[in-house]
Write a protein that binds this ligand. Structure first.
Ligand code: ARG
Length: 451
């Protein structure tokens, strides 16, 4: 009959493989079954398909679910293959499943359904990484370490302060993923090809059955839009950027003997027997390449597409899957590396005082005793050139303001701020590294993770 003629004419020929999305549609298998079920239930409730046919279709869908993606018959994509499998089981009445819909609203619904899960899993993984950082902060609240700017020793800080800096960034990355989730969680189903349908469909009902928060109103927009994938991928790209910095820090710290990575997160050389390399973290760092590449691929695919559906859209989503999978995996690995790493307190403390890292604290002290900060800065800068100890400070003071440092602050106070531990303890401003301040940051970080 006509169906057979149509299938023969559009069998695909030499471009069949090229046309097909079966190679990556397994990801939509569960989603398509859910979308099919919701649609059929709604069709029955609306009296568009009778209860017996709907029941037979739903049974067939259970059967198809049971047998799995790999057992599907041939098809251009998972949507067509599942429909064929249903018709094989039910007979021609199985074809009623596709009443009042198109693959265009079907695939858009499947993508949103599946992407919701992808986002939720990534959000859970990101929260777990934040919890791992909080545990490090808890354990290393008073572990003094060097803090860097321009990769040079700048001011002493603590491991906890460092860890919580990444927790804070990951908390915002989590918010962005949640925002993307909100705009993903809207139903395009019932839009049909783009132009709506004469059947009395209940779009809100299918949205409800599929757990969508709301319905995308305009049916042309609903099938054409993939901005939810753009937004989610951009959030993943931001997350990958945070992770790349975290990984880079750990690579540098490991290089300087300031952190000991667990063997599970390091690798060795096939020729140089003495090597322990931070390969895993280098791969985490490289994930930004997957994320930005995928986001760019997605945006480029979408750019300039006319309304409404165009087959380019089929190639948009694999970019989003690649981004999400790569970044979620890297988040998980980074969390593992963080929670198994060892922080050698003695090496960290020794390094924390290197490079006159307490200089700012001395300038702060002199300024607290009434000197303009700029003058204090000048004195300490001059001392830095002379050796960075008490005598150097004294001589520099004489040079810049014409009197010894004891005229400004007593020796004990000066010696104290030269000590990295005291230096850290003194910086107790909100969000600072002093253990008391860090405890408050940690408490709100933990609250955020639990929310
Ligand atoms: N597999 C296709 C996709 O992912 C299904 C839509 C086909 N629609 C069409 N109008 N040719 O976009």
């Amino acid at each position: 009959s006509e169906t057979v003629v149509r299938r023969e004419r559009f069998a695909g020929g030499p471009a069949r493989e090229f046309l097909s999305s079966m190679a990556f549609d397994d990801r939509l298998f569960e989603a398509d079954l859910a979308v099919d079920r919701a649609h059929v239930v709604m069709l029955a409730e609306q009296g568009i398909v009778d209860a017996a046919d709907a029941g037979a279709i739903l049974d067939a869908l259970d059967d198809v679910a049971e047998e799995g993606f790999d057992a599907l018959p041939e098809g251009e994509d998972v949507h067509e293959a599942i429909e064929t499998a249903v018709i094989e089981r039910v007979g021609p009445d199985g074809g009623r499943m596709h009443t009042a819909r198109s693959r265009n609203d079907e695939v858009a619904a499947c993508l949103r359904y599946e992407y919701r899960d992808t986002l939720l899993e990534a959000i859970e993984t990101t929260v777990a990484a934040r919890e791992a950082l909080c545990e490090v902060a808890e354990a290393e609240r008073e572990t003094v370490m060097p803090g860097y700017t321009h990769l040079q020793p700048a001011q002493p800080t603590t491991v906890a302060h460092w860890a919580l800096s990444y927790e804070a960034a990951l908390a915002r990355d989590t918010e962005r993923l949640l925002d993307a989730f909100d705009r993903t969680n809207r139903s395009p189903l019932g839009s049909a090809a783009f132009a709506g349908t004469p059947f009395d469909v209940d779009r809100e009902r299918t949205a409800e059955l599929l757990g969508f928060e709301s319905v995308l109103d305009n049916s042309m927009d609903a099938v054409s839009s993939r901005d939810f994938l753009v937004e989610g991928s951009a959030a993943f790209a931001g997350l990958a950027t945070t992770l790349s910095g975290l990984a880079e820090d750990l690579v540098v710290f490991a290089n300087r003997g300031l952190v000991e990575l667990d063997d599970d997160y390091a690798s060795t050389s096939s020729i140089m027997p003495q090597k322990k390399n931070p390969d895993t973290l280098e791969l985490v760092r490289s994930t930004a390449g997957d994320a930005f590449g995928g986001l760019h691929g997605l945006l480029t695919t979408m750019k300039g597409l006319p309304r409404a559906y165009n087959r380019d859209l089929q190639n948009a989503s694999p970019h989003a899957w690649r981004v999400a999978d790569a970044v979620a995996e890297a988040t998980d690995v980074a969390a593992g590396a963080v929670s198994t790493a060892d922080w050698p307190a003695e090496e960290l403390a020794a390094a924390a005082g290197e490079g006159f890292s307490t200089a700012t604290g001395v300038a702060d002290l002199l300024a607290m005793h009434g000197l303009p900060f700029r003058t204090a800065h000048e004195i300490v800068a001059a001392a830095a050139e002379r050796g960075a100890d008490y005598d150097a400070l004294d001589a520099a003071c004489e040079e810049v303001v014409g009197e010894g440092i004891d005229s400004l602050a007593d020796r004990d106070a000066v010696e104290a701020v030269l000590d990295p531990v005291a230096s850290v303890a003194s910086r107790d401003s909100m969000g600072g590294p002093a253990p008391g301040a860090t405890a408050e940051t940690l408490a709100s970080a933990l609250e955020g993770c639990a929310a």
